[in-house]
Design a protein around this ligand. Structure first.
Ligand SMILES: Nc1nc2c(ncn2[C@@H]2O[C@H](COP(=O)(O)OP(=O)(O)O)[C@@H](O)[C@H]2O)c(=O)[nH]1
Ligand SMILES: [Mg+2]
Length: 449
């Protein structure tokens, strides 16, 4: 039998309430030892007002909820204690629970039990974790699609399409005399696999959107010194985060900030102006800037409209390689020049000091990165690294099956790969799993979840 576990489910601090969750077959008995009323007589889904006692001493005034197995979060008996906020009452009650037979839950242990008792699949579990760490509306919407099984449905639909193929091949092999069974030919497999492959490919392709929604978009602001990079960062953020001066080399380290565009998190990185320098600190900053360019989804290449396109600008251009670039002609209040070398890029003219121009810049970013499309989509994307890598493996398997069909390999040999495809899809939802994998997944959850 599983131990009875307990943990604080809320963030302990100055708040109105805290919730302690106790789950396991002994949960009602353990809390009952500390409560001034008889919990064993309570029906499931009831809340009782009373006091947590340490012998004769009242520890806190609480509400105790009783949920009886099997229709509960974990599938086990659960008792939840709503204590007063702050840290003293909740900590004292935890101490009493631990002294009376409960064990402190490991991170994610409640939800692991929920999974093991068949209440949710792995996609749902991982989506709950995503919901907890989400910081934008888009991320919330996407995790909700996972929690409400819409993603799982897509995977299960694929499995449902594969299973009859496997079953029919098996019948063909085991009962060749059974004439009613459809004889699965390579043609039939080809047709069915084409649907499955298209659906898997769709999920893999749209996972880029999923990753953008989950992790946000990285935009680096680059350019030679003094073109107005830090001013643009500050205007986009709406606060004076980076120091702005007319002294070259002012920004030496990367200054970060984030905004939300169309409900999507956008991480902005103001970099040190790239130029030749003998100054050690500045040159380390420049090296960091160049690295940052590599993991950016978009580069704002800032040009000072009032100055010439010089060797220094060319040096910056060289560092951009094949990145997606938006040329930002800044300081158009002073002058207006277009640079021939930059004609192949998208561009916009702004002055960092004019708010309506900054709004135009935001619109342009939304347009270039298709953020409108993502924001108006249905948010059913895979964004979890484990799930993405398994889906990619599935796609590879379908390519192998294509190849086998082309090479006229016997159906019973092709079946081996179809089986593997079915198995791998099962790993995504967790209908097939290894114990170590579960530990790895659930240890990422916060305590009390
Ligand atoms: N006239 C004008 N000056 C600007 C504009 N943007 C920035 N500056 C000035 O250009 C100088 C360098 O700005 P800064 O943001 O520190 O440039 P960075 O070195 O690229 O980060 C400062 O004196 C800013 O006030 C602009 O749009 N118009
Ligand atoms: Mg700067």
């Amino acid at each position: 039998m599983e131990d009875t576990i307990c943990a604080i489910g809320t963030l302990v601090g100055e708040s109105s309430i805290n919730v302690i969750r106790v789950s396991g077959s002994e949960s009602i008995n353990i809390v009952n030892k500390l409560f001034n009323k008889d919990l064993t007589k309570k029906e499931t889904y009831t809340i009782t007002y009373g006091f947590i006692m340490d012998k004769d001493e009242k520890i806190d005034e609480v509400l105790v909820s009783v949920f009886k197995s099997p229709k509960t979060f974990t599938g086990e008996d659960i008792v939840e204690i709503n204590t007063h906020g702050g840290k003293t009452a909740v900590n004292k009650i935890m101490e009493l629970l631990l002294n009376n037979g409960a064990r402190l839950a490991e991170p994610g242990e409640f939800i692991k039990r929920r999974f093991l008792n068949g209440k949710i699949d792995l996609i749902q579990a991982e989506s709950i974790n995503d919901m907890i760490s989400s910081s934008t509306e888009a991320a919330r919407k996407m995790s909700m699609k996972g929690i409400s099984k819409e993603l799982s449905k897509k995977i299960n639909d694929l499995k449902d399409n594969i299973l009859p193929i496997i079953a029919n091949i098996e019948v063909n092999i085991d009962y060749p005399e059974y004439e009613d069974a459809v004889v699965v030919t390579r043609e039939i497999i080809k047709e069915k696999m084409s649907y499955i492959q298209t659906k898997i490919k769709e999920l893999v392709d749209t996972s880029d959107n999923g990753l953008i929604i989950k992790n946000g978009i990285n935009i680096s602001i680059v350019g030679k010194p003094n073109v107005g990079k830090s001013s643009i960062l500050n205007s986009l953020l709406g606060e004076d985060k980076a120091i702005v001066t007319d002294i070259k080399g002012t920004t030496r380290d990367i200054v970060e900030g984030s905004i939300t565009l169309n409900g999507i998190l956008v991480n902005l990185y103001d970099t040190a102006g790239i130029r030749e320098t003998n100054e050690l600190v500045e040159s380390i900053g420049i090296e960091k800037s160049i690295k940052k360019i590599d993991d950016s989804n978009l580069i704002l290449f800032v040009i000072d409209s009032s100055s010439k396109f010089e060797e220094e600008d060319k040096k910056v251009l060289d560092t951009l390689k094949d990145k997606k670039v938006l040329v930002v002609y800044n300081k158009i209040d002073l002058a207006n020049t277009k640079i021939k070398e930059l004609e192949k890029f998208d561009s916009i003219e702004i002055s960092s000091k004019e708010p309506d121009k900054i709004e135009l810049l935001k619109k342009k970013i939304i347009e270039i990165l298709n953020l409108d499309d993502i924001a108006n989509s249905d948010f059913t994307y895979i964004s979890n690294a484990r799930q993405i890598s398994l889906l990619k493996k599935c796609l590879e398997i379908t390519y192998k099956i294509d190849e086998e069909i082309k090479n006229e390999i016997p159906v019973d040999l092709i079946e081996i790969n179809i089986q593997e495809l079915w198995q791998t899809l099962g790993e995504i939802t967790g209908s097939v799993y290894k114990e170590e994998l579960l530990d790895e997944i659930f240890s990422k959850f916060c305590l009390g979840k």
